[in-house]
Write a protein that binds this ligand. Structure first.
Ligand code: HEM
Length: 391
């Protein structure tokens, strides 16, 4: 009797796992109970072979499972456009893994938040970054200063083997930090820059460990895993990252004139802190909190530095491997610029070949860099959105 009962329950469970829960979703690889398709994705990690195989087998839209959560992959430009551009509002929300609260100290920041908090802080950040030059001539001046610095560093190592990304990293970080705090990481601030770099580089390693990845995606594992293995690394990271940002913010706070809240601001943090004070004066302590600011700084660094360094390093390495393209760009520059002067956005229309090269080279980066750098921003939104529509 017990055996029959056991087999009946087991058969119902398998029926649910293998058929029932998948019946309304696009076809895809068969998930294992508890793990879903995680084991295939991890052999070998980070899963390129698995995704390529599934695309061949199931086409451009298919379902795969991370733990007990279905994820829908969309592979074509037309489908992505139809879904995320034409129907953008339906797909605004992002999945919030419980681990994010450990990592962030609550539902904060802009990359992983949803709803009013996401909308207001995204808008606030975009408006203030535009005020300080994003997309304007003011920004070009800041970038050209860094370009000259990069040239000087490369000239100094001419003929020797040199690591390109650290130089790009420093230059790009200088531009971002000017937007955020109003200063560059010059020679006197290299220790600060190195500390920041360690913080920004830590999460891929932290999240990349197999046991962390499994615990983040399989709630039962997170519950039974010892605290020292799962929760403590998140908290340790958060404590050190936020202590660093808090230190920077507090130093900046001392320099701000809060007597005149309408006076002109010079960077994002100043704008934020004055907005915080205005809201506090109206009795709102929550919307522009200190922890939200620390999370915003973390998000802007995570989203801004690796992406831009990767894109520029990739473009440089791409051009080195395509001497024909290099020659054509050279010819165009000799003809149009014809001197050693710096090239600016005013030259854009006269340099169609170089412009096309710049626009196309990120698309040639392909899966590895997009996956690695944008997964935390892009994937959750894609998957949550599609599922929401089906509910
Ligand atoms: C070549 C460089 C860059 C690339 C390829 C890139 C790419 C992306 C992508 C694909 C997204 C996801 C968009 C979405 O979810 O709708 C994103 C979001 C974001 N990016 Fe960039 N980005 C770059 C540079 C920057 C810079 C310089 C900053 C700021 C300093 C920045 C800040 C952000 C932020 C805050 C988000 C999250 C927005 C949100 O969730 O609402 N990015 N980026």
């Amino acid at each position: 009797m017990f055996v029959i009962l056991f087999f009946t329950v087991f058969a119902v469970y398998l029926g649910y796992e293998l058929y029932w829960k998948r019946r309304n979703l696009p076809p895809g690889p068969c998930p294992l109970p508890v793990f879903g398709n995680l084991l295939s994705i991890n052999s070998p990690p980070p899963g390129y072979a698995a995704f390529e195989g599934w695309t061949k087998k199931y086409g451009d839209v298919y379902t795969f499972w991370i733990g007990s959560k279905p994820h829908i992959m969309i592979n074509t430009y037309d489908k992505v456009k139809e879904t995320f551009i034409r129907d953008a509002d339906t797909y605004t929300n992002k999945v919030r893994l419980p681990a994010l609260d450990l990592f962030r100290g609550g539902d904060h920041g802009v990359i992983d938040s949803n709803g009013v908090k996401w909308r207001d802080h995204r808008r606030f950040a975009l408006t203030s970054l535009r005020d300080f030059g994003l997309g304007k001539n003011l920004m070009q001046e800041k970038i050209l200063l860094e370009v000259q610095d990069v040239f000087a560093k490369f000239d100094a190592t001419e003929g020797k083997e040199t690591e390109i990304p650290p130089t790009f990293d420093n230059a790009i970080a200088n531009v971002i930090n000017q937007l955020l705090f109003g200063y560059r990481f010059d020679e006197t601030k290299q220790d600060e820059f190195q500390e920041l770099k360690q913080i920004i580089d830590a999460p891929p390693e932290l999240f990349g460990k197999l046991h962390m990845f499994l615990a983040m995606n399989i709630p039962i594992l997170a519950k039974i895993m010892p605290e020292s293995l799962y929760e403590a690394p998140f908290k340790d990271f958060r404590d050190s990252a936020f202590a660093f940002f808090r230190g920077q913010v507090e130093k900046h706070r001392q320099q701000i004139d809060f007597e005149d809240l309408e006076s002109e601001n010079s960077d994002y943090v100043e704008t934020y802190l004055k907005e915080q004070r205005k809201r506090q004066n109206e009795g709102d302590e929550e919307t522009f909190s200190n922890i939200q600011l620390e999370n915003m700084l973390m998000d802007l660094w995570f989203a801004g530095l690796g992406t831009t360094t990767n894109t520029t390093t990739w473009a440089l390495s791409y051009i080195l491997h395509y001497p024909k393209a290099q020659m054509k760009i050279h010819e165009e520059l000799d003809r149009v610029v014809a001197s050693d002067r710096l090239i600016t956005t005013a030259d854009k229309n006269d340099l169609p070949y170089m412009n096309a090269f710049i626009n196309l080279s990120p698309s040639k980066q392909g899966l590895p860099s997009l996956e690695k750098k944008c997964a935390t921003m892009v994937e959750p939104r894609i998957f949550s959105g599609i599922l929401k529509k089906r509910r």
